[in-house]
Design a protein around this ligand. Structure first.
Ligand code: SF4
Ligand code: SF4
Length: 316
């Protein structure tokens, strides 16, 4: 998955008419969501200190119900199906649901902590959560979890694997080591900023620290590490520019559909000025026609075997 930020590469080599079509639809007033977060389970073998989702006693929906919810998300316009949780690999029918989303023309992305084997799944993209190296990761997650994650990731085709690191007070000084370790194991690295959820607000960075971290990542990126965040995202970590919560749909493990900010699902209020979650900020920049950010979205989502314009996106 080669990365490039140049304007010419967007329009010559990587132009995807479907993105332009959706962009024009939005500009003319459509508020159809682009992606759906499918929280297929709230079970998880870990117990991360920052987790806002772990609710192992929630009842789970059947395969058939999840298939109809995926159909509903597709009907509403979603072309990205993000399988998440909890830990989605806790479900026995996960590949059946991935296949179902694929059959509906969706790009499938599996977000995982890598505790369970991963080589039995075939999403378009694996997103692996990495909080640090060795003890640092285990401290945030569970003892032994880093080793298990890497053991499972090393069995995958690395061209399909992207790492997801949420930057917090614990790991902010280790970003270079994380990049150096991961660069041979994944096709790209995405960095997110921790949101100060109620009850776990001691992990987030101040605005000044966030800006400095953005500069550090820009330096690592220009030094050759395959950091996927756009320069635009990293350069604007002190700006509260407009975001577009309607781009996302979330379906809870109990089948509740929520169109808008995912944080609303776990607490009543949210504050965008404090939130630099890349999953919301990067699409917002792309929607604002920031070319660097558009290139990032296109590169990440048009995986080698899932070129978007070959997918039968017919009913939106
Ligand atoms: S791995 Fe994810 S779902 Fe599981 S406890 Fe940690 S943050 Fe929560
Ligand atoms: S920026 Fe953060 S708080 Fe605001 S809508 Fe997006 S995810 Fe929600």
């Amino acid at each position: 998955m080669p990365m490039s930020n140049s304007f010419s590469s967007l329009f010559l080599g990587r132009f995807k008419p479907y993105y332009l079509y959706r962009l024009l639809k939005w500009k003319f007033g459509s508020r159809a969501p682009l992606g759906v977060g499918l929280k297929v389970t709230n079970r998880c073998p870990m117990g991360c200190r920052h987790c806002a989702w772990y609710k192992p006693d929630d009842p789970e929906l059947s395969t058939k119900v999840w298939m109809s919810l995926i159909d509903e998300a597709r009907r509403r316009g979603c072309i990205f199906a993000l399988f998440e949780g909890g830990e989605p690999t806790m479900r026995d029918d996960l590949q059946i649901l991935i296949d179902h989303a694929n059959s509906r023309g969706m790009i499938t992305e599996l977000f995982t902590n890598g505790w369970n084997p991963l080589d039995v799944y075939e999403p378009d993209v694996f997103w692996i959560s990495v909080d640090g190296l060795n003890e640092m990761h285990d401290r945030m997650r569970t003892k032994g979890s880093f080793h298990r994650l890497m053991e499972n990731v090393d069995k995958l085709n690395k061209r399909k694997v992207i790492s997801w690191t949420t930057i917090n007070r614990d790991n902010v000084d280790s970003l270079e080591e994380i990049c150096a370790f991961l660069s041979d194991r994944v096709t790209g690295m995405m960095f997110n900023f921790f949101y100060p959820y109620c009850g776990v607000d001691d992990l987030s960075l101040s605005k000044e620290e966030r800006v400095l971290t953005g500069q550090k990542l820009l330096g690592l990126k220009s030094g050759g590490y395959r950091i996927l965040n756009s320069d635009a995202f990293l350069e604007r970590l002190d700006e509260d520019y407009t975001v577009y919560p309607w781009m996302g749909l979330t379906i809870s493990s109990t089948g509740h559909l929520h169109h808008g900010c995912p944080i609303e699902q776990i607490q009543e209020s949210y504050d965008c000025s404090e939130c630099y979650m890349v999953c919301c900020r990067e699409p917002a920049l792309a929607y604002g026609l920031n070319i660097k950010s558009l290139n990032v979205i296109i590169d990440i989502t048009c995986s080698e075997n899932g070129l978007l314009w070959f997918k039968p996106c017919i009913d939106d």
